[in-house]
Design a protein around this ligand. Structure first.
Ligand SMILES: NC(=O)C1=CN([C@@H]2O[C@H](COP(=O)(O)OP(=O)(O)OC[C@H]3O[C@@H](n4cnc5c(N)ncnc54)[C@H](OP(=O)(O)O)[C@@H]3O)[C@@H](O)[C@H]2O)C=CC1
Ligand SMILES: O=C(O)C1=N[C@H](C(=O)O)C[C@H](O)C1
Length: 254
């Protein structure tokens, strides 16, 4: 039975992920890593680690990471060099970080998955946005999240912008607006403007706006609840043993 360590088991996603794995007949949560203990669904027999240095190799087969942008690279490095297959939902890894970790995975003969979004609506939004960008080079991304989100813009928005930039077959039309208030036009990611909204009541949402002469296309996805990410996490756990390289994006394993 595959054993799972949940890094960040005390967090919003970590709690959902722990409940998910506890409910999977063929998987077992054997360890949790978080800087503090908290009432969670970590099984009584599972090991609790308060720092990376305490984690024992062999305690689990899979390293499921929902931690914080400041910890994820070190966590995945540790996982890849200590025999864990990383399944990573934590955002904050740059394309250069991902490439470095992919090299490390290769050196260690280890597979795994890094997915900025495990929700099917977001995976489809990115796929459709990529296709739309070949016809509409002018696009902007707006992401909307809960007020506790630590990073901005979201990992999904960064990935969407990078995908749009890579899929464009013609240059976007320059506009002539100048910011009279800094930030008004959003952040530039590979030449795509990205806007981040943080509001209570929201969970995770993204809209991509495409404009062309006399027409526009809007693609939107909404995660109203964190349960929206769990079917993707489940698929990733089920396929973890078959992964022989560190792949990026849930779509690569669907
Ligand atoms: N790929 C996807 O589909 C999704 C990805 N995410 C991403 O997952 C990450 C977590 O999100 P969310 O659960 O909402 O965030 P939370 O802040 O609720 O949870 C993060 C948890 O990780 C803990 N933590 C901090 N540092 C470490 C460390 N070094 N090792 C282990 N645990 C640590 C935190 O503890 P403390 O509070 O003490 O710092 C906290 O309990 C984010 O990057 C988010 O963007 C979120 C939703 C979906
Ligand atoms: O922090 C979140 O909540 C989410 N984070 C991921 C991201 O940054 O893209 C995925 C989803 O948007 C929810």
């Amino acid at each position: 039975m595959p054993k799972v360590l949940i890094a960040g088991y005390t967090g919003a996603m970590g709690r959902y992920a722990t409940a998910l794995v506890n409910g999977m007949a063929d998987f077992e949560v054997t360890a949790g890593l978080a800087p503090y203990d908290a009432p969670t669904e970590l099984p009584a027999g599972a090991k609790r680690y308060y720092s990376l240095a305490e984690v024992e190799a062999g305690v689990a087969d899979i390293w499921l990471d929902f931690t914080v942008p400041g910890a994820v690279k070190e966590n995945v490095t540790y996982a890849l060099t200590h025999g864990f297959t990383p399944i990573v939902g934590t955002t904050g890894l740059s394309p250069a970080d991902v490439a470095e970790l992919q090299d490390l995975a290769k050196q260690n003969g280890q597979g795994g998955l890094i997915a900025p979004n495990f929700g099917m609506s977001a995976v489809l939004l990115m796929k459709f946005a990529k296709e739309a960008a070949t016809y509409f080079p002018d696009a902007e991304v707006i992401e909307m999240h809960h007020e506790d989100k630590k990073d901005a813009p979201s990992g999904t928005a960064l990935t969407t912008a990078q995908m749009i930039a890579a899929a464009r077959t013609s240059h976007p039309r320059p506009h002539s607006s100048q910011e009279s208030v800094p930030g008004a036009l959003g952040a530039q990611v590979d030449g795509v403007a990205v806007h981040a909204v943080r509001l209570p009541g929201y969970v995770a949402h993204e809209q991509v706006l495409f404009g062309g002469p006399g027409e526009a296309l809007t693609i939107r996805q909404d995660s109203f609840d964190r349960s929206s990410f769990m079917s993707g996490v489940k698929v990733a756990l089920e396929k973890a043993a078959d992964l022989n390289e560190l792949v990026f994006g849930l779509e690569t394993i669907l």
